[in-house]
Design a protein around this ligand. Structure first.
Ligand code: OFO
Length: 171
């Protein structure tokens, strides 16, 4: 594996680890603030990001590169409300997508078609995650500050998590 590809993949390892940590911190905030459905959804999301990181680590090492385990910064611990959480998630996922796109571009420049092929999974995953984050943000806009609406939202999010897990398990 070429050094610039190895370095770019390690940068992505770091970003996936950071994503997992951010969602873990958001999950803990939701749990502390009585949104158990949101917390379950975010704990699950954090686990998924860790799996994304592991997939990269294993790929780099299988291709005789060097996967480096990064240090992770402490994420933000407190949020104003659910709107802030889900808007941050959407912004973060848009950023991750742009980083994946840069990685794909490097593999094309270097004619590394194996890594290019491997990254297609991440391209589709980002598409799904961005769409889901947009859908959730739209729901929250409709609910506004209605307490019953937020209660139902919390309950629905726990179900959404289960549906997503079920789909992934049957893949
Ligand atoms: Fe790793 O899937 Fe989003 O960030």
């Amino acid at each position: 594996m070429k050094k610039n590809i190895n370095d770019a993949l390690n940068k992505q390892v770091s970003l996936e680890a950071e994503s997992s940590h951010i969602y873990l911190s958001m999950a803990s905030w939701a749990e502390r603030n009585g949104f158990q459905g949101v917390a379950d959804f975010l704990y699950q999301h954090s686990d998924e990001e860790r799996i994304h990181m592991l997939k990269l680590i294993k790929f780099i090492n299988e291709r005789e590169g060097n996967a480096i385990i990064p240090a992770i910064q402490q994420p933000k611990a407190n949020y104003k409300n659910l709107v802030e959480i889900f808007q941050s998630i959407l912004n973060h996922e848009i950023y991750v997508t742009s980083e994946i796109n840069k990685l794909v571009e490097i593999t094309l420049k270097e004619k590394d078609f194996t890594t290019h092929h491997f990254l297609q999974w991440y391209v589709s995953e980002q598409l799904e995650e961005e769409a889901l984050a947009r859908q959730i943000n739209d729901k929250l806009k409709l609910i506004g500050s209605d307490k019953m609406g937020l209660y139902m939202f919390d309950r629905d999010l726990a179900r959404l998590r289960t549906a997503d897990t079920d789909t992934k398990n049957s893949e």
